[in-house]
Design a protein around this ligand. Structure first.
Ligand code: TUI
Length: 299
């Protein structure tokens, strides 16, 4: 089996952009694809009409391949699973669950399936379902995460499956890319580094939080809900952590955090927003065009 994901995906650089909810819209995705990577539009929990428009915009902005991330916990996942077929999307990445039930229809439509996996067991299951590759995502990543680090997860997944493995979590410069390849990955997925891109249409408060972040400025909240999420250690995120440590209920936690991703990305709301980002944010100190980010990662 070829482990060359540039051939598999018809791209120039072996990089997939992370499917960051509200961040990964058509402008960012098309910029990544135009620069030779695989741009991704994030489904998140967004309405289907919005996502249809994003896909069509992306098709206008680039003639290169791009993908859509289906967040499987979304109430719209089922509809998005159909939409990607209707709109002729070439690649689907998935997150926050097992995409097995969609695998057959996606494969019939010629869609390349690349699930994000936080464990060896899920990677093996995805290979059986016919996934074209897997993204082994370490706990350094932003957003919803598993418990195993990129350093430990990637080589174990590489040894467990025959399909190509793409490394994610903690990669934001050339050294991270080299490390991923040294662990046996044949590509990388990066999210946080694109938050600090000129093309990312996110509130300037979000970009500033990423630029100012130090090594210790990301925290994980929501472990007690079963869906831990890593983001910037804002005072709101600290309050959430205090809430769960002091016996708050998971239901109330969900109530406080609902809509938090959009509030962060679009409104820059520091009091109620969840500014999801990876632990590598401390390495990122400047806003650059997407093309320069990708060149700096590989050249
Ligand atoms: O999905 C992500 N990152 C995300 S999704 C998201 S929205 C959200 N907000 C609150 C709670 C949950 C989601 C924000 N960031 N990354 C990919 C990822 N997938 N990380 C972990 C997983 C995962 C976890 C369990 C994938 C599969 C899985 O399978 C469990 C099963 O069903 O076997």
């Amino acid at each position: 089996m070829s482990k060359n994901i540039t051939e598999l995906l018809n791209i120039n650089y072996p990089i997939i952009q992370g499917g960051m909810a509200w961040v990964a819209e058509s402008t960012l995705a098309a910029s990544v694809s135009n620069a030779g990577g695989l741009g991704i539009i994030a489904g998140g929990a967004a309405p289907i009409d919005y996502l249809r428009e994003q896909i069509r915009n992306c098709q206008k902005f680039t003639d290169r391949p791009f993908g859509v991330n289906v967040m499987l916990m979304s109430p719209n996942a089922e509809d998005l699973a159909k939409l990607v077929i209707e709109e002729g999307v070439q690649v689907v990445t998935t997150g926050a669950g097992n995409p097995g039930k969609y695998a057959d229809e996606w494969k019939k439509a010629g869609i390349k399936i690349i699930p994000v996996v936080p464990s060896v067991a899920l990677a093996k299951r995805m290979e059986k379902y016919g996934a074209d590759a897997v993204i082994a995502e370490g706990t350094e990543s932003g957003g919803h995460i598993g418990e195993t680090s990129t350093m430990c997860l990637v080589p174990q997944v590489v040894d467990a499956v025959k399909i190509p493995v793409i490394a994610a979590g903690g990669i934001a410069d050339k050294r991270g890319v080299k490390a991923a390849f040294a662990l046996g990955a044949c590509g990388v997925q990066c999210g946080t580094v694109f938050l600090a891109s000129e093309e990312a249409k996110i509130h300037e408060n979000f970009k500033n939080l990423v630029l100012k972040a130090k090594d210790t400025d990301s925290i994980v909240t929501g472990r007690f809900t079963g869906h831990p999420c890593r983001g910037v250690k804002t005072s709101f995120a600290r309050e959430l952590l205090d809430f769960e440590r002091n016996g708050g209920s998971p239901e109330k936690f969900e109530e406080i955090t609902v809509g938090g991703l959009r509030k962060a990305v679009q409104d820059g709301n520091l009091d109620e927003g969840s500014f999801l980002c990876g632990a590598i944010a401390g390495l990122i100190t400047e806003i650059k065009p997407v093309e320069e980010i990708i060149k700096d990662l590989f050249e």
